[in-house]
Every structure is written in structure tokens, then in C-alpha cells.
Design a protein around this ligand. Structure first.
Ligand SMILES: NC(=O)c1ccc[n+]([C@@H]2O[C@H](COP(=O)([O-])OP(=O)(O)OC[C@H]3O[C@@H](n4cnc5c(N)ncnc54)[C@H](O)[C@@H]3O)[C@@H](O)[C@H]2O)c1
Length: 363
């Protein structure tokens, strides 16, 4: 029998419920402590989900001494809260986006290495049996070489969404929908296609009053040789999260919104691929959709066993780098950004803030 890990949640807003639900579904986890800047919100949450309420994170860490802290606050406080939790001896599960800048994310990773505590970042789109199946086939070369990809996060958020105080601001949200929304799909793309080689991009404000972008367009080249267009919008009435990867032997498509099961994926063979080969690409019989439950099951299983985090929860930097490169390229008038030039862009390492091109009649 494995020991039950004691979990705490900081920030008891919308996404905290997904964490509490997933914790309740796991054998090896128990929610013991919660805190929120708004004490009434923490009380309401604790009544519904359990856990003792603490006045703030410092009190929670000192008095409750949790094994794992789930950071479900707005991105502006992820880095200091995650570092404080790890220094107090807790592992961390941090919501996306992990930080406001690559420099902050580097500091979080350094804290993890210094303290020996794990830093898991939530990219739940990596989970589920379909993504695991497609990733395994891509890695064994079953589809041949990936060539061309399309990655779309076309969502709809009205003006009221952007009017929430921490949103639409470089200081508290770090960026716009490219960081806040598209990072999920960009992360899945990079999870499947591997290291990136270059990014060219533009930021646009076409339909909302916001301090950041409401749309962006980018071209990402991968080290494998594959090239992808990445389009992001928060102004698209028919919403979709979509990805398409054309390889030498197949087209792999995914169309969903916030999570995917087997039916959201389709694998179409190129002409001439033998039926016996195509038959091997069929989804496995057992299906589990993507989500917080499989992600946290993997994380808690690894923590309980003292093992490294599963790949679904490790390596938070790659997609964050691609998003940062989008902002860096836009700041340099669409210039080509590489991993090396990104790390030399001191302004972008410290903050994603970049000029946005306004596209409105008469402006
Ligand atoms: N993985 C996903 O699919 C997903 C979905 C939605 C949101 N998110 C991410 O989760 C995070 C939170 O988003 P949300 O939609 O739950 O926001 P939210 O505004 O609903 O909740 C945030 C909560 O944090 C509290 N808070 C703010 N600052 C705090 C502080 N310094 N200390 C303690 N509490 C503080 C707020 O009072 C609020 O209750 C964001 O990073 C967001 O991008 C992830």
C-alpha cells in the first residue's frame, strides 16, 4: 500500500475545482489545505471540496506542511508561490502558463533542482490514450517523417472576459491568448514534434480592447525538418482547438475544444500505404480522454514511488520557449528567432511584453 500524499491548493477559483476533483478520484492523494487571497472564496471552496483554510500561503506551508502544493492562482504569482512551496519542502503542481517569463520559469526549475522537489506543470492536453498512441507511433517512425503541420487555437472570448482585472495585462497575465490559451495546443504540437528550431510571428489586436494581443500568427520550424503554421485567436465565433500533422505516410488530425478522446483524432494514410500497416495505427481498445485526472494520477504515482515525473508533466520549457519566441519575433518586426537568439533577447527573457499591431478601421 502506498502512503497518501497530503495536497494543498493555493487559489480556489475556476481551475482549482478540476484539481480537487482529480485529487478526489486518486487513491494516493488527499486535499488537506487551501488558501486564497479572498478568504470567503477559500471558505466556500473548502466547504464543497474539503481541506482546512489558511490565511495565506506562508501560514499554509508552515502549519499544514503539505507534500504537494497545487498552484491555481493567476500566472503573475506562480513563480514566487512555486518557489516558496518547494523551499518549504513541498512538490509543486503548477497551472499553465507556468510563469510570466522564461527568466521566471528558469528560476522555478532552479528551485526544483536546488531543493530536490519536483515541479510539474499542467499541460493536460498531453494526456489521454490517443495522444500517447500517436506519440509512440511518431517516435517509432511508423508515419515516416513529419513534414507540415497546422496548429489552431481559435476561441471566442467576449470583452467582459478581457475586463477581468488580471487579464489583458502584460504585468499580471504575461501575455494574451497566445500564452493563456494557445500554449495548450502549441505544447501538444511540440510534445509530438520535438525540439523547435525557429519562429517568425506577428501579434494582432483585431477585435477586443486589451493591453495584449487578441490574435497572433506564427511559423514554427522544428529540428526534425517539419514546419508549422500556428494561428491563435480569441475572437472566433465557431471555436476549435485543432492540429494537423502531415507526415510522409499519413495525415494526423485532431479537432476538439478543451479536451480530446479517440473520436477527436483521425489518421488518414497516404496513397499506397499497405492496409496491414494502416491497421497498426488504429486507436487502442481502452480509451481515456485527456484531462487533469490522468495527469495528476501520473504525477502522484511518480511522487509516491520517488521516480522522475512522467513525460506528460515534465519539460515545461519547450512550449513556453515557442510562445516566448512568438513575442520575441513580433517585437523584432517578425524576425526569425532561434533558441539561441531567444536566450540572448534579455528583454523577452524578463517579460513577454511586445508591440501589438492594431487592425481596426479608422485607427
Ligand atoms: N489547464 C487548464 O485547462 C486551465 C483552464 C483555466 C485556467 N487555467 C489556469 O489556471 C490559473 C487560474 O485560472 P482560473 O481561471 O482558475 O482563475 P480564477 O480567477 O478563477 O481563480 C484564481 C484564484 O486565485 C486567487 N488569487 C489571486 N491571487 C492570489 C494570491 N496572490 N494568493 C492566493 N490566491 C490568489 C483569486 O482570488 C482566485 O480565487 C491560470 O494560470 C490559468 O491560466 C488552466
Amino acid at each position: 500500500m502506498t502512503a497518501t500524499l497530503r495536497a494543498a491548493i493555493v487559489g480556489t477559483g475556476a481551475i482549482a475545482h478540476a484539481h480537487a476533483e482529480a485529487l478526489a478520484a486518486l487513491d494516493g492523494a488527499q486535499l488537506v489545505a487551501v488558501t486564497d487571497r479572498d478568504p470567503a472564496a477559500a471558505e466556500r471552496f473548502a466547504q464543497e471540496r474539503g481541506g482546512q483554510v489558511y490565511a495565506d500561503l506562508d501560514a499554509l506551508l508552515a502549519e499544514s506542511r503539505p507534500d504537494v502544493v497545487h498552484i491555481c492562482t493567476p500566472p503573475g504569482v506562480h513563480a514566487p508561490q512555486a518557489i516558496a512551496a518547494m523551499e518549504a519542502g513541498a512538490h509543486v503542481v503548477c497551472e499553465k502558463p507556468a510563469a510570466l517569463s522564461l527568466a521566471e520559469l528558469d528560476a522555478m526549475v532552479a528551485a526544483s533542482e536546488r531543493t530536490g522537489k519536483r515541479l510539474a506543470v499542467v499541460f493536460q492536453q498531453r494526456t489521454g490514450t490517443a495522444a500517447a498512441h500517436v506519440k509512440a507511433l511518431l517516435e517509432e517512425g511508423a508515419f515516416g517523417r513529419p513534414l507540415v503541420a497546422v496548429c489552431q487555437t481559435l476561441w471566442f472570448r467576449d470583452q467582459a472576459y478581457f475586463d477581468v482585472p488580471w487579464r489583458g495585462s502584460w504585468a499580471t497575465e504575461g501575455g494574451g491568448p497566445t500564452l493563456g490559451h494557445a500554449i495548450h495546443q502549441i505544447d501538444l504540437l511540440a510534445y509530438l514534434l520535438g525540439d523547435w528550431e525557429s519562429v517568425r510571428a506577428d501579434l494582432w489586436r483585431v477585435g477586443r480592447e486589451t493591453g495584449t494581443e487578441d490574435s497572433s500568427t506564427a511559423t514554427v520550424a522544428f529540428a526534425s525538418g517539419a514546419v508549422a503554421t500556428v494561428v491563435t485567436s480569441a475572437v472566433s465565433p465557431r471555436e476549435v482547438s485543432a492540429m494537423r500533422i502531415d507526415t510522409e505516410k499519413a495525415t494526423i488530425t485532431l479537432e476538439h475544444l478543451y479536451g480530446h478522446g479517440h473520436d477527436h483524432w483521425r489518421i488518414t494514410p497516404a496513397p499506397g500505404v499497405p492496409d496491414a500497416e494502416v491497421a497498426r495505427w488504429a486507436m487502442p481498445a481502452a480509451e481515456e480522454p485527456s484531462g487533469h485526472v490522468p495527469l495528476l494520477r501520473g504525477v502522484y504515482g511518480a511522487l509516491a514511488a520517488g521516480e522522475d515525473l512522467p513525460i506528460e508533466a515534465a519539460d515545461p520549457a519547450r512550449s513556453f520557449e515557442i510562445v516566448t519566441a512568438v513575442y520575441s519575433s513580433a517585437a523584432h518586426d517578425g524576425a526569425r528567432v532561434t533558441p539561441a537568439s531567444l536566450r540572448q533577447d534579455a528583454a523577452r527573457m524578463a517579460s513577454l511584453e511586445a508591440p501589438v499591431t492594431e487592425r481596426r478601421p479608422g485607427r
